[in-house]
Design a protein around this ligand. Structure first.
Ligand code: FAD
Length: 621
């Protein structure tokens, strides 16, 4: 039989984690198999067809910087793009795109099907082949045995998945897809800590039954942002608007009347749901004083009438869903095309993982995505890329890699998961990154692309574009530093109306750019040409404007790295450290770490706790 069954890496699951994992592994040069239930659902968005947003776009740009697929697919599938927090500082600025789910999926499939070293096979993985404490391959539903020394599991919400609508429930991986029962049972036999989480989705609505004229229109931004560093405006399909409406007292009354048939409020669902993406029944209970909640009415695509009403995720019985929806302004005659539902699924305690996302108890087995307790496509994609890359590096006997917390949001994500664990679906926020001034979405390529190239993740086209960009930034910085403006010259006169304080001496353009009242375009053309590439101009502007803050943060990082090796005395009395919680004091007393680095790896010890230890140590000297 001429059918390949031996690979370097096998990836189970073709969702957001699985596709990035398979692509990363194949880009590195490992012979890779992507084994998934259904080829038609490669890159399928189980919930809202939107990519990015605060904290999440940082992950997407990092995936992009390492030549992953998510940002490029978003540019091909995005039908409404916005820059969030555009008036705030660059650290918290974020790009969000509403996507046409069909175009997005097609773009992902196109990238997968054109990737060298990658085979795709449609079938359920039902068992793992193991040998002692090492994984050796996968057995499919029909008994085909695929062999590999590294396996990446990215089964999403499918492991032991149970779908709930009211008090009715049935097994499922997500609506319309089968669950993974055999594999879930097999994994429960291994020494991993397994628990249950839940997530939910709103009912979908037929746009032809909606009155948009009473809703607030929300067009995309102009100029339209792009998601990928390689993205062009011409990649985008037609752009369309989203709309905003609100729930009201009547809606809340209807929802309350269904709580006695709510799987959440009657205790049928035991898994914890995403705190920052709560169901509407959760919102009316938790924020009982609010008389309305916003509903973003988002198109699911250009070729469908289906709408995603963002903000009313629910698992209440269908009759309640329908009445609640029809009580909302503009939805009075709404036709629901798919009911909302909640899903409960198995996840593994991520504290049983290494930073590379390899499991501690089974060599060569990597976990990525929703199964590690996260929620969101971006979080899944980022983990997938990291796990896939490390699975490949391991199989090819090369050194593995993971970014530190000060290098990437991917580093923050993984470090948070494996040191702190999670008891609720984890999503990314900029506030989770203590070095967020350095980890911006505009500079993910400058932080990661060179490393990605070294690892074999970044292809020639991106590498060339990146090198050109980096050189252009460098050259423009030099030009700004060496271009001087003297008072009482035509250039100074041109600037004068914009200046808060007039020029009294000679300034170079880089120093002038630090002034809050001036932007790059005010200065670029003075005594020269300036750059036209928007990404280069943005970088030059941010690097100059925030130079002071950025270099202070770099110093902090340097200091932190040096302090990692600081010894902690054996008789250290943690009780005396002000500001530490009793729980952390007890943990430190118990473990008695030898160094700050070891202390920082203890479950629950946060960077803030480390700072307290360091301050205390300093006072003792
Ligand atoms: P998935 O996208 O679930 O992909 C898993 C893939 O693995 C699928 O292709 C599946 O077919 C395949 N697979 C599973 N088991 C096997 C097997 N044994 N053999 C072969 N293939 C297998 N995220 C948010 O951020 N906000 C939300 O509000 C939100 N709501 C959600 C609501 C619902 C109902 C669901 C289902 C998901 C929701 N999500 C939400 C989560 C989001 O969909 C996931 O975070 C994301 O899809 C996770 O990506 P993943 O790759 O880990 O898994």
């Amino acid at each position: 039989m001429d059918f390949p069954t031996r690979y370097d890496v096998i990836v189970i699951g073709g969702g957001h984690a699985g596709t990035e994992a398979a692509l990363a592994s194949a880009r590195i040069g490992a012979k890779t198999l992507l084994l998934t239930h259904n080829i038609e659902t490669l890159g399928q968005m189980s919930c809202n067809p939107a990519i990015g947003g605060i904290g999440k776009s940082h992950l997407v740009k990092e995936i992009d910087a390492l030549d992953g697929a998510m940002a490029r697919a978003t540019d091909k599938g995005g039908i409404q793009f916005r820059t969030l927090n555009s008036r705030k500082g660059p650290a918290v600025r974020a790009t969000r795109a509403q996507a046409d789910r069909i175009l997005y999926k097609a773009a992902i499939r196109h990238i997968l099907e054109n990737q060298d070293n990658l085979d795709i096979f449609q079938q359920s993985a039902d068992d793992l082949i193991t040998e002692g404490e090492a994984v050796r391959g996968v057995v499919t539903q029909t008994g085909i045995r695929f062999h590999a020394n590294s396996v990446v599991l990215t089964a999403g919400t499918f492991l032991g998945g149970v779908i709930h609508i009211g008090l009715e429930n049935h097994s499922g991986g997500r609506a319309g897809d089968p669950p993974s029962i055999a594999l879930a049972d097999r994994l429960r036999e291994l020494p991993f800590r397994v628990d249950r989480l839940k997530t939910g989705t709103p009912p979908r609505i037929d746009a032809r039954s909606v009155d948009f004229s009473v809703m607030q229109e929300q067009p995309g931004d102009t100029p339209t942002p792009v998601m990928s560093y390689m993205g062009k405006l011409t990649d985008h399909p037609q752009q369309i608007s989203c709309y905003i409406t609100h729930t009201n007292e009547r809606t809340h009354e209807i929802l309350r009347s269904g709580l006695d048939r709510s799987p959440m409020y009657t205790g049928v669902i035991e898994g914890v749901g995403p705190r920052y993406c709560p169901s509407i029944e959760d919102k009316i209970m938790r924020f009982a004083d609010k008389d309305q909640h916003q509903v973003f009415v988002e198109p699911e695509g250009l070729t469908t009438h289906e709408l995603y009403p963002n903000g009313i995720s629910t698992s209440l019985p269908f009759d309640i869903q329908l009445a609640a929806v029809q009580s909302i302004r503009g939805f009075e005659n709404a036709h629901i095309v798919r009911p909302g539902y909640a899903i409960e699924y198995d996840f593994f305690n991520p504290q049983d993982l290494k930073h590379t996302l390899e499991t501690k108890y089974m060599n060569g087995l990597f976990f990525a995505g929703q199964i590690n307790g996260t929620t969101g496509y971006e979080e899944a994609g980022a983990q997938g890329l990291l796990a896939g890359a490390n699975a490949a590096l391991r199989s090819l006997e090369k050194a593995q890699w993971y970014p530190r917390r000060d290098e990437a949001y991917i580093g923050v994500l993984v470090d948070d998961l494996i040191t702190l664990g999670t008891s609720e679906p984890y999503r990314m926020f900029t506030s989770r990154a203590e070095y967020r001034l350095i980890l911006r979405e505009d500079n993910a390529d400058l932080r990661l692309t060179e490393k990605g190239r070294e690892l074999g993740l970044v292809g020639e086209e991106r590498w060339q574009a990146f090198c050109n960009k980096r050189e252009a930034i460098e050259q423009e910085q030099q030009r700004l530093k060496s271009t001087w403006i003297l008072p009482k010259t035509p250039e100074a006169d041109e600037l004068a109306p914009k200046l808060k304080t007039p020029l009294t001496r000679e300034y170079n353009l880089a120093d002038l750019l630090k002034r809050p009242e001036l932007v790059y375009s005010d200065l670029a053309h003075l005594k020269g040409e300036g750059v036209s590439d928007e990404q280069v101009a943005e970088q030059v502007e941010i690097q100059n404007k925030y130079e002071g803050y950025i270099s202070r943060q770099k110093d902090e990082i340097e200091q932190m790295r040096r302090q990692e090796n600081t010894p902690l005395p054996e008789d250290f009395d943690y009780e005396k450290v002000g500001g530490l919680s009793n729980e952390l004091k007890a943990k430190l007393q118990e473990v008695r770490p030898a160094t700050i680095a070891q202390a920082s790896r203890i479950q629950g010890i946060t960077p803030a706790a480390i700072s307290l230890l360091l301050v205390y140590l300093k006072k003792q000297q």
